[in-house]
Write a protein of this length. Sequence first.
Length: 460
Amino acid sequence: MKKRKEGWCATGPERFTYVLFFAGQLISNALVGSFILTYLLNLGISEVIAGSILLLPKIWDAVNDTLFGFVVDKVKFKRGRFVPWIRISSILMPLAVIFLFSVPSGLSVTMKCVWVILGYVLWDTCYTMSDAPIYALSTSMTNNMDERTSILSYRGISGALGGLVTAIVVPLLYGSNGANLGWMKTAVVMGVIAAICMLPVSFIAKERFHGEIEEEVGFRELFYGLVKNKNLFVIIIVRFLFLLTFTLEVLSPIFAMYVLGNETMGALITMMISLPMLILAIVTPILCRRFDKVHLLVFFMAIFVVGSVIQYFVGYGNMTAFLVMNALRCIGYGGFTGLSFMFVPDCIEYGQYATGHRNEGVAFSLQTFVGKLNSALISTVSAYMIAALGFDATNVTEQGKAGVWFCFTIFAALGCVAAIPLLLKAYTLRDKDVACMIACNNGEMTREECEQRINERKRK
């Protein structure tokens, strides 16, 4: 981590433990998001039923994410608004993961489905309890835009490492070609590692800035402030559309196991997905100082679309060409992932500037909800799509393999194609505008001066 620069607020240990948290969180998220469908197929549950039971918990999700966002914005613990939630979830979320991957083999298919739904709801609730507060903490630890960008960029590195470790280690632990531990022991190992990474920030980080925290704001005012923040909804929808068809992480273990015939190849495939994310997380702060984030985001989305089409026609007959093409394609995904998380803090500043209320809890809970909705939907969508295209895990045919390949490449880019025009047309914030709004929100610039600078930028 960098030493503290002039104007930065958080200490080195605060920034380090904040970033480390995301390695643990992404270990949990990658284990559930990337391997739950494979796990259900291993339990003997069909593709269609597996996709359906992963969708059912989203009914609860629609309630708990929004409700929890309002709770975070209203409840004030002695230790802070965000840190206590982070500490609680750092313990409960790994336990929920272990429960989810511990379905007894002797249960009937119906009871297995009930167990999975219950475990998924528990994990989902714990994830909500961690995600909104940890992102909101970044706006409370510091009000310096450059420091936030740096912290969230390193978050991308840490998260990518967590996902990479999971992608490599899990197939080596659970499968017959590896240690053959089975799913429950694998979940215990990964859960312990996740907890070790997540807990420290809850003891070290300090909350310094809360905007309107001293003002009593009613739920009606919070809701009004949220719906007035058009840019927040636009960037959330853009991320939702992109990830709605992003099948790579879900289908990598299925592609490796059922198409290539070796589940350990899934680790190599996912590693080639994660490496570009690591590299881009390092260079993103440099790019953001030279280019506007919106322009960068469109650039990376275009790379992903073009790369997906090319990879489909290149095929997977030559494994070296396949892995290289997959890595090049995922430069677009890595850039999108690293940048998209940086927009919500900007929208929070815009919300305070436009309405007087920051609404960090609600804003980040909305981000969390959409992220988890994507995670569940892509498993469901992937299951339905490969089944519709002829894939059957009990009887893999060439038609089924072709269906998995189509979903892995062309279908994966369709959401991105839909998201690009929406981003260009509807998202109006630019980095220079946000910098002015932050200065105005902090009392360093008058509103009149801020409006003048923004209007001057628009006229250029």
